[in-house]
Each structure stands twice: as C-alpha cells, then as structure tokens.
Write a protein that binds this ligand. Structure first.
Ligand code: KMH
Ligand code: ZN
Length: 275
C-alpha cells in the first residue's frame, strides 16, 4: 500500500472559538495550528482564512499573508486553499485564492444542503472554476459531498471542462443533509473513480475517526481537522489540530500504514517537486 497522506483542515469557515477556543482566526493562530498539524504528520494543510474577529473571508491579501506565514515555518507542506469559502459567497469572491497560483485548490462538485443552508455550486460556476484551474495549472482536489457529485465531475472531466487525470477526490461524508458517512457509501464512491486517481475521506463530526480507520485499511488517505470535527473523543475537545492528526497517526501505525512526508505526498499526487 502507498504511504498515508494526512490532510489537516485546520480552520474551516463555519466553526467558532465558542465551540472550541483553539479554532484559529488570526494569522498567528492559523500558523500555530498549521505547524501543530505538520509536526504531528500532516503532509497537506487545507486552508480557509478569517478576519481577526472570526468572520470568514476569501480575501486574496489575507490568503497571501497566511500562506507566506505558514510556509516560513513549514516550508515543504502542500497547501490547498479553499475555493468553497463560506455558504453565500459569490463565485468571484471564492475564486480569489486561485490568483496566488497555489499548486492545488479545492473544487466543489455540486450544490447541496449544508445543515440549514444551501451550498451553491451550479454547473456554470463549476465550469468557471475548472477553466480557472486549467488556465493557471492548479490541481483541483474534487470535493464530493454527495454521491451524485462524483458523476458530475467525472462527466465534466470527460468533456474537458475541469482538469483530468490523475484526479484527486475528497469524499466529505456526514455533512447534515448530504451523503452519510458509512463504509458502504465510501466503497461505492471509491469503486467509481478512474484507475490512477487518488482519494481522501473526510468524516464529519463523530464520523471523523471511523472514516479515517476505513480509509487507512482501504489504501486511501485521510483528512481531519477543526473544519470537520472539534473533538478528540466523545466529549473531549481537541486542544489543537495536531492532536487530531496524532490520533490518525496512531491508528495508522496500529494498522501498519506508514505516513507520507510532503515530498512523498507530492509524488503520490502527481505534483511537481517543490523548487
Ligand atoms: N465551507 C463550506 C461551505 C471547500 O473548502 O472547498 C465549503 C467548504 C468546501 O469548506
Ligand atoms: Zn474547506
């Protein structure tokens, strides 16, 4: 089996310090959380950014400030900025971090319920996002919250509307209103991706570690972090993203799976080595 790529989604757009005081808002806090995750074994950090008061933003300047500051202390890490932003943001607003030419960025693969909200990703929006990423040579991480999102993006790839092989998928399972986090659902998705693709699973809330264990056993990759889950175990808040990553590393070690460094993750994902 390939080594395990761990992604830390350190911040998200929805979680707050009221829910867990360790949720990062400021640049310093974002750097602290990224470093804790990388030190624990994350090869990838998925980033959203906030204003100092916690308001989610897709500001290019704020992304640049955070990316530069993270790379100062974690020079090898793979950063995947969000183009999902927060529910209700416009496509133009969401696309801002692509202007920084990151090696990867998320591309959300369809509209879905998101708790009480609707996360809008219309076909024209997705075609615009795909075009932008092809023009700028950005490798998308295809975020699938629903079973049908996978068919949607595979069709778009066949039509040349989004970057094609090798594709990297992130199956985000357990968002209220979307596909539930079960092993049969994960197997259905994994069985439907083209040969040569790579995949990661994100289990939301209490699904985080069961989905991680399933992916470790199946040969896939794992995302954890405050964006998806604030707890280390039932009723115990995680003190840092690093603690969540450490738990994945412990499970992987028990199951005999080694952890990929950022350089190894770049090779597995088909990214160019860092200059
Ligand atoms: N904040 C969610 C509505 C992404 O990063 O691309 C969407 C999200 C997906 O987090
Ligand atoms: Zn995200």
């Amino acid at each position: 089996m390939e080594k395990l790529i761990i992604t830390a989604a350190i911040c998200g757009a929805e979680v707050t310090k009221e829910q867990n005081p360790a949720v990062p808002y400021t640049v310093e806090e974002i750097v602290r959380e990224a470093k804790s995750a990388v030190d624990a074994g994350a090869a990838i950090v998925h980033i959203h950014v906030r204003e100092d008061d916690g308001t989610p933003t897709q500001s290019k300047a704020r992304f640049k400030e955070c990316i530069d500051a993270i790379l100062k202390v974690c020079p090898d890490v793979i950063l995947i900025p969000s183009t999902g932003g927060a529910v209700g943001m416009t496509a133009e607003e969401r696309l801002q971090p692509t202007e920084l030419d990151p090696e990867m960025a998320t591309l959300d693969c369809g509209t879905c319920n998101f708790g009480d909200d609707v996360f809008e990703n219309t076909m024209p929006m997705m075609r615009d996002f795909g075009k932008r990423m092809m023009e700028r040579g950005i490798k998308p991480e295809y975020e699938c919250f629903e079973m049908g999102h996978l068919d949607t993006v595979l069709n778009m790839a066949r039509k040349g509307q989004v970057p094609g092989a090798p594709m990297q998928f992130n199956f985000v399972l357990g968002v209220p209103g979307c596909t539930t986090a079960t092993v049969p659902n994960l197997c259905w998705l994994v069985n439907a991706i083209p040969a040569g693709s790579t995949w990661t699973v994100t289990g939301v809330g209490r699904n985080a570690f069961p989905m991680a264990a399933a992916a470790i056993a199946m040969g896939g990759n794992v995302r954890v972090g405050f964006e998806d889950n604030l707890y280390l175990s039932k009723g115990v808040l995680a003190k840092s993203n690093g603690e969540l990553v450490e738990k994945v590393v412990r499970i992987a070690r028990e199951l005999g799976r080694e952890i990929a460094t950022p350089a190894e993750a770049r090779e597995i994902l088909g990214l160019a080595p860092r200059r």
